[in-house]
Design a binder for this molecule. Structure first.
Ligand SMILES: *[C@@H]1O[C@H](CO)[C@@H](O)[C@H](O)[C@H]1NC(C)=O
Ligand SMILES: *[C@@H]1O[C@H](CO)[C@@H](O)[C@H](O)[C@H]1NC(C)=O
Length: 448
């Protein structure tokens, strides 16, 4: 793809204080979902990257299980990152009705990873030190059952969070636009042929309630930062304040996946229809979603967020972390345990029970089709329990423009769950009445 000097230069915008940008090669592409259906066959196909543990991909909810320690390898560039990240998988629907998986390729400037995705951890320039994630933290952004964007307030931060970049085939032509904004970007699937391929962009929320590691819906503990997005800069450079219910700033995680649609350009429909489909039977793209399970070793992410800026393309600049070779990340894979063909040839249907559902209403789960429902290692039968649409409509629609000054840590009393200490902390250490400042790590003390 477009080689990066990828960060557009916005002279008026501050550069990120901390930035890590690195590839995670494909671990496995299977119907597995460690968050929603742990240890079981999941309803639809995901591409999964990151740390390898059990073959059935059952991540227990017990935060005392340190997945960084139980992992045997990681497909990510930094050896310390045993987290997992996953997204849905894109298919091309041939005019004759058959489906084939769209291959993934390495992103510009990231080396030669085998497919997978590019992961960013960003701490925008600010006086506020962000809290790193705690062991056991997970979150999901997006909803696989959604087929329209009518639930997302226009111009909200959330409305820029899940997008598609359509490459016109001219190297670098999109280069002055930050991810998620500009004329190359769309929220649903691009409604045109993209001669250079497509990049999907997934921004996770950056405001945490400060206490919940993983609620049953996997998303209500996090919210997007408030404010209006600069349509030149996008969430990448967004500053603003967190809602009072979710006061704790966490690093911005951003995922990019490059989908190589070039092999299908000659078979593209000539009637103007859009032939791309996500693995959950979504031909709109509005059901795009990303999942995250925190799994960095010890305080490695804290150290990196405090001291590293790899300028996008230079992971070795981060002396706090251990860089792995392409060969190492590409050879860390997970055995296939669901006995079904998902890629490499045309298929009559999408894997699982995933007929195309066009919307705009919320899609419904289809059960009892003839899809494989057990894993090859004797896993439990699939009991499908994907949450029906719990569309993340913010409690209050933001209509007033919030002046994007950071939540300054000064002031007499820190609200509950706010930061009150840690290496590099210059703010108040006094907690609001009824809570006390407790040390959670060298990097972070919190009012609890
Ligand atoms: C997941 O792993 C835990 C701990 O090993 C085990 O107790 C649990 O039964 C497993 N769950 C599934 C669905 O395999
Ligand atoms: C559709 O076309 C592809 C590519 O030529 C072919 O592999 C596949 O078998 C066809 N499917 C049907 C149902 O004819």
């Amino acid at each position: 793809m477009v080689s990066l000097k990828f960060l557009p230069t916005f002279s008026l915008l501050p550069l990120a204080h901390a930035l890590l940008r690195f590839p995670c090669a494909q671990l496995v592409t299977q119907r597995l979902d460690p968050l929603v259906t742990p240890g079981q066959v999941s309803p639809h196909l995901h591409q999964i990257v990151g740390g390898v543990r059990e073959t059935r991909f059952n991540i227990t909810i017990d935060p005392n299980t340190d997945i960084a320690k139980t992992s045997t390898c990681t497909s990510c560039r930094f050896k310390e990152d045993k987290s997992n990240y996953w997204t849905a998988v894109m298919y091309f629907k041939h005019p004759n009705g058959s489906f084939i998986r769209v291959p993934q390729i390495a992103n510009g400037g990231t080396g030669n990873s085998n497919g997978g995705m590019t992961v960013y951890y960003i701490q925008p320039s600010s006086s506020v030190r962000f809290t790193s994630f705690r062991k056991g933290f997970r979150m999901i952004v997006g909803d696989p059952m959604v087929r329209s964007d009518s639930h997302v307030p226009a111009n909200s931060v959330q409305s820029y969070a899940l997008t598609f970049r359509c490459y016109d085939g001219v190297p670098g032509s999109d280069g002055s636009w930050a991810p998620g904004v500009g004329p190359f970007e769309s929220v649903g699937f691009p409604q045109k042929k993209c001669p250079g391929g497509i990049r999907t962009n997934i921004f996770f929320p950056t405001c945490w309630d400060g206490t919940t590691l993983d609620p049953p819906d996997h998303h209500s503990h996090v919210k997007y930062i408030q404010g209006t997005v600069n349509p030149r800069a996008g969430i990448f450079y967004q500053s603003g304040t967190c809602p009072s219910t979710h006061p704790v700033r966490i690093p911005l995680i951003f995922l990019e996946t490059i989908w190589d649609t070039k092999p299908f350009l000659n078979d593209w429909p000539t009637d103007g229809s859009q032939p791309l489909v996500y693995s959950m039977g979504d031909p709109t793209g509005f059901g795009q979603h990303g999942d995250y399970v925190f799994g960095w070793e010890d305080d490695s992410l804290d150290r990196a967020m405090a001291r590293c800026n790899d300028r996008g393309d230079f992971p070795a600049d981060c002396k706090e972390l251990t860089v792995q070779t392409d060969q190492a990340i590409n050879s860390c894979t997970q055995p296939v345990v669901v006995n079904e063909v998902t890629e490499g040839r045309y298929l009559p249907t999408l894997p699982g029970c995933n007929p195309i559902q066009n919307g705009p209403g919320t899609a419904t789960m289809v059960q009892n089709c003839n899809a494989v429902s057990t894993t090859g290692t004797g896993g439990a039968p699939t009991t499908v329990s994907v949450p029906t649409s719990t569309a993340t409509v913010p409690a209050s629609t933001q209509t007033t423009v919030v002046v994007p000054t950071p939540t300054a840590p000064q002031g007499p009393a820190i609200p509950k769950y706010g930061q009150c200490g840690g290496i590099g902390w210059a703010g108040s250490t006094v907690c609001i009445a009824g809570s006390t400042c407790q040390k959670l790590s060298d990097w972070y003390s919190q009012c609890v």
